[in-house]
Design a protein around this ligand. Structure first.
Ligand code: SAM
Length: 188
């Protein structure tokens, strides 16, 4: 079984397919060690594992992690998971070829993410822009114009977008911010 692009009958409240920006950013990139922060039910972790990445994912929501593991078993792929929040997770140093921050809080962990990337590793972020603040989403996943660029200012920006978009979690009429950036040295 692979992810299908088709619709599911019960029309879930968010996009259950892997994040399209992530899919685009990893296309053609040699798989390595990936970390999915706040993995939820694992749509992105599972996609990466299917592409040959060695994926670790964590999330404090135990039911979501259990669902990710159950889907991994069905798909016959391996995930390493932990039921933890970012505040407790040991990101390590020069450890990951890819860190995924898909609609999760970023501000408090940006420096740890930079340290944890291997030289040549990339961080891929997608989140909301501040214009969606009136929506019922936590402020931690809502960013001002160019804020992600500043948070990851030590990295080489490969792509930045601020676009009116159908957000994975916000539905139509949202504004999404997206960043893909690479660590160039080992001392950051
Ligand atoms: C909007 S969902 C995004 C899930 C997933 N990244 C995706 O794109 O499908 C936000 C996730 O952040 C998780 N979360 C909440 N607090 C967290 C924390 N302190 N550290 C890491 N993740 C957290 C939630 O449990 C939830 O699964």
């Amino acid at each position: 079984m692979r992810f299908s692009r088709g619709r599911t009958a019960e029309k879930p409240a968010f996009n259950t397919q892997p994040n399209a920006f992530l899919v685009e950013m990893v296309k053609g990139r040699a798989p390595g060690a990936a970390l999915d922060v706040g993995m939820g039910q694992g749509r992105n972790a599972l996609y990466l594992a299917q592409q040959g990445w060695a994926v670790t994912g964590f999330d404090p929501a135990d039911k979501a992690v259990a669902q990710a593991n159950a889907t991994a078993a069905k798909l016959g792929v391996k995930l390493t998971t932990a039921i933890q929040g970012s505040e407790d997770f040991d990101f390590g140093e020069n450890r990951w070829d890819l860190i995924v921050l898909s609609y999760v809080t970023v501000r408090d962990i940006a420096d740890r993410v930079v340290r944890a990337l291997k030289p040549g590793g990339i961080v891929v972020v997608e989140a909301f822009h501040d214009v969606t603040r009136e929506r019922p989403v936590g402020g931690g996943v809502v960013f001002d114009s160019n804020e992600l660029l500043n948070l990851f200012g030590k990295l080489r920006v490969l792509r930045y977008e601020d676009a009116d978009a159908t957000s994975d979690f916000g539905g139509a009429g949202s504004r999404a911010v997206r960043l893909c950036a690479m660590k160039e040295g080992s001392t950051l």
